[in-house]
Design a protein around this ligand. Structure first.
Ligand SMILES: [Zn+2]
Length: 193
């Protein structure tokens, strides 16, 4: 994967509003068998705000990608756009697009690390014993997956075809019309009447 920083600038932070501290980095990445993507990262050292997104420069059809997570697929390249839903059914974890969701380019191991971090955060929020127990079991399962001791399924659904899982072992499906309507896109829903 070649990557090239094409633009780096210091901007006003969109969260704390302090001028001249936040760094915005735009990178163009060439993903083999997928094409060009633009990755944007904003980091503010003052308030800790961090956001990243990826935009595929070539538009694809809506698609559902299904890959088995095992020790051989840990380094498979994953492009998750802000509009994609990411599910690991066996672990009972799912990330849906929302205003704060991030687009990123990573690999399967990186996706597992993001889920691991999310579960650790949830562990600190839950107070009841039942939720604590469930979160701990999920965490343990994700860690076993990372070590290659377990297998599971990674499902990525993207209504705008901006995401991809780049592997010979990935299965690609169309998203049925009804399922497409139910997918969250990350945009606020506006009633048209
Ligand atoms: Zn800030």
């Amino acid at each position: 994967m070649n990557d090239e920083t094409i633009n780096e600038m210091i901007i006003k932070c969109p969260v704390c509003g302090i001028e001249g501290v936040a760094k915005s980095i735009m990178k163009e990445l060439e993903i083999p068998h997928f094409g060009q993507v633009m990755e944007t990262t904003i980091q503010c050292p003052s308030c800790g705000f961090r956001h990243s997104d990826v935009i595929a420069l070539e538009q694809n059809d809506p698609a559902k990608y299904v890959l088995e997570i095992n020790k051989n697929t840990m380094s498979v390249r994953v492009v998750r756009s802000q509009s994609a839903t990411v599910i690991i059914p066996e672990a009972g974890v799912k990330v849906e697009p929302g205003p704060k969701s991030e687009g990123y380019v990573t690999n399967v191991e990186g996706v597992l690390t993001r889920f691991e971090d999310a579960v650790i955060k949830a562990l600190n929020l839950f107070e009841d014993e039942e939720s604590q127990k469930n979160a701990k079991a999920t965490l343990e399962y994700i860690r076993e997956l990372k070590k290659g001791n377990e297998t599971a399924t990674l499902i990525i659904l993207d209504p705008f075809g901006q995401s991809n899982v780049v592997s010979d072992s990935v299965e690609t499906f169309d998203i049925p019309e009804e399922e497409l309507r139910e997918l969250k896109t990350g945009f606020a829903h506006i009633e048209d009447n």
